[in-house]
Write a protein that binds this ligand. Sequence first.
Ligand code: 9WN
Length: 446
Amino acid sequence: MSVTDDTSALLRDRAAAVLRDNDAGGWTKASPHLYPHQWSWDSAFIAIGWAHLDVRRALSELEQLLAAQWPSGMVPHIVFRGGPGVPYFPGPEWWNCSVTPAPGAAPLRTTGICQPPVHALALRRIWQLTPAGQQPEVRARLRALYPKLVNWHRYLATGRDPEGSGLVTTYHPWEGTDNSPRWDRALARIEVAGPGPYTRLDADQLGDPSQRPTDWDYDRYLWLVGELRDCGYDDAEIYRRSPFLIKDVFFSSVLVAANAALLDLADVAGADADDRADLLRWLERGRDGLTARFDPPSGLCTDFDVRAGEEIRLRTFASFAPLFARTPDAGQQDAQLRLLDSADFCGDPQLRWPLLLSTSPAEPVFEPRTYWRGPVWPIINWLLWQSLSELGYRDRSAGLCRDALDQITAKGDFAEYFEPMTGEPLGSPRQSWTAAVTLDWLGSLG
Ligand code: 9WN
């Protein structure tokens, strides 16, 4: 099946219905049952989807998320907006943190870690899609959000990069791509004293535990939460004590692209000269940091385990960090595109569609049905599509958009992720960010 005019109108209505059904009033559940609260990078993608339906509603998504921004500038990975009766594990009691959004307002319960900073890309898309008549209102709200996003980036560029390397240090697998094999060695080093008794909800809710991280992973995830909590979520203390500190090239590449997005909005936002200079400095330092982790012969960009002092050399979606960062260097682009087309990635003839997988089938750890260890994630392909478009690879980006929409249309109901060889929809159905990127892809077709 391919997306024709008829099917695209239908698909747009169905995607819009997912966002409307998951709308909880100014914020959107990441999915109806499995993820019933507000997640950080989900919200950014979701805002991009809303921008095609109602730019005001799109702004609320970001405003509600940023209301939970910590004084340090960190934007927490979950805001437990669903309330205490809504089941999710681990809930707020495991994290023991909250923020008070305004004097006298009720505190918001949050987690103490963060996720990739896609938010500036969302703000830029909102502005691009704002109808002329709504520009005065949207500009005013954008101007209120902008300094919060600059502070968020400042936190990542300083608190999360005390070395000034241009690369963001992540503290937990939940800072984006949970059970990616990129974390296996660092997790294996943790001698688990036992995180205490707990009952997982995810495996039952999904009905197929084999797609989710194992209990071995969860023991370590929860133990790490305890460590971060004991450090009072203080960056310097975490740096002194935590066994899990990773220079994550994917996370860092999103920060580079997000800094560029804020610079694009600087005039609309009335940004001052200091903020502009900081954003440019972080952007250039980020690109240099990624270049230092780039291996020209293989075309791979690799994460670095700070605690072990070792490279994490695996073929995963993160290997394409220079592309995600829209690196202008032609040599890096060529090497990355060769790798992308190779049999290790999109050139594998067994793939149902030539889309970017979370982990290469050529890796021994590849598992086609397990979460971040093989399946295709639409949001990752959306990020790649954006980069290819911005870098001027029109045919490639158009092909990627077509294949991604075909995958979403063929089977299932806006699945969280897909089996790469069969196209089987996996994970949560009616996942908000899948619907959101569908709306953006359809919007690009004109
Ligand atoms: C933990 C909500 C989130 C995404 C993450 C994805 C998954 C949560 C989980 O779902 O993580 O945060 O319970 O598995 O890995 O990227 O933000 O969609």
